[in-house]
Design a protein around this ligand. Structure first.
Ligand code: NAD
Length: 244
């Protein structure tokens, strides 16, 4: 497995859920951390815990990934502080539960794409030159929804499918220089995925299958092993039995 000690790792959306647990997992491996989230105040406690688990140094940056100038700033601040960047983890994301026919608020609709897809793209564009210098890695937290669309999550599903397509393409262009790991988790218990997320507007009941801790550990394994997908086959089997 790749030795992550002293690697400089930037994680977006690290104030809660999967991103928070990724901060702890990378911290345990001794990585330097740049933690980015729109909720900067919540990053303080995450940074403290990541340090206590073994990260030699953690910085926190408040930023909105859907804003291109914020993405430039968090990459610049990280490289200026640590001198280089080894891993970019595109994790920040939001979900919106709504049937397509009830979607009338256009600004709300575009925000899902702006955060999930454009947020990951912007950060990546600014990080590529730095990652190339280090034979670095990009980790993308997409979703099994990008493969198997769930009802009432159309814009979320589409944003995740777009992420998969974009980063698959990027791999064909820069894969020789930068490792790209696209992770497609199933249902994970976090703020984003409440237990009954899909009860709100659909007849489907979705029960989270994993914890953020399990997901983060699986991601780190994927990062160490190289390019791979992480899905929970049990989730796919339950939701889409005809696919297996
Ligand atoms: P979460 O809500 O616990 O964490 C998301 C984090 O992103 C939060 O800290 C939030 O403040 C931050 N964030 C939101 N918008 C932002 C913005 N504009 N700029 C910067 N930060 C922002 O949710 P989570 O479940 O941990 O989600 C993390 C990632 O995992 C997301 O990309 C999500 O789509 C993906 N994912 C989640 C599940 C699941 O079931 N929970 C499944 C598959 C994929």
């Amino acid at each position: 497995p790749e030795n992550l000690a002293t690697k400089v790792v930037l994680i977006t959306g690290s104030a809660s859920g999967i991103g928070e647990q990724l901060a702890y997992e990378y911290g345990r491996q001794g990585a330097f951390l740049s933690l980015v989230d729109i909720k900067k105040d919540k990053l303080v406690a995450v940074a403290d815990k990541a340090r206590s688990l073994g990260s030699p140094h953690v910085i926190i940056i408040g930023a909105d990934v859907s804003k291109v100038e914020d993405c430039k700033r968090f990459v610049d601040e990280t490289v200026n502080y640590f001198g280089h960047l080894d891993h970019l983890v595109n994790n920040a994301g939001i979900a919106m539960v709504k049937a397509v026919e009830n979607c009338h608020d256009v600004s709300m609709l575009s925000s899902v794409m702006d955060v999930n897809f454009w947020g990951a793209v912007y950060g990546t564009l600014f990080a590529i030159p730095h990652l190339k210098k280090r034979k670095g890695k990009i980790v993308v937290i997409a979703s099994a929804c990008g493969w198997y669309p769930l009802p009432t999550l159309s814009f979320y599903n589409a944003s995740k499918a777009a992420m998969i397509s974009f980063f698959e393409t990027l791999r064909t262009e820069v894969g020789w220089a930068i490792g790209i790991t696209i992770v497609t988790p199933g249902m994970i218990k976090t703020d984003l995925c409440m237990h009954d997320i899909l009860d709100i507007e659909s007849s489907m009941r979705i029960v989270p299958m994993g914890t953020a801790v399990e997901c983060a550990k699986a991601v780190l394994k994927g990062v160490c092993r190289g390019d791979m997908y992480v899905t929970e086959p049990s989730w796919v089997k339950m939701m889409f039995p005809w696919k297996l």
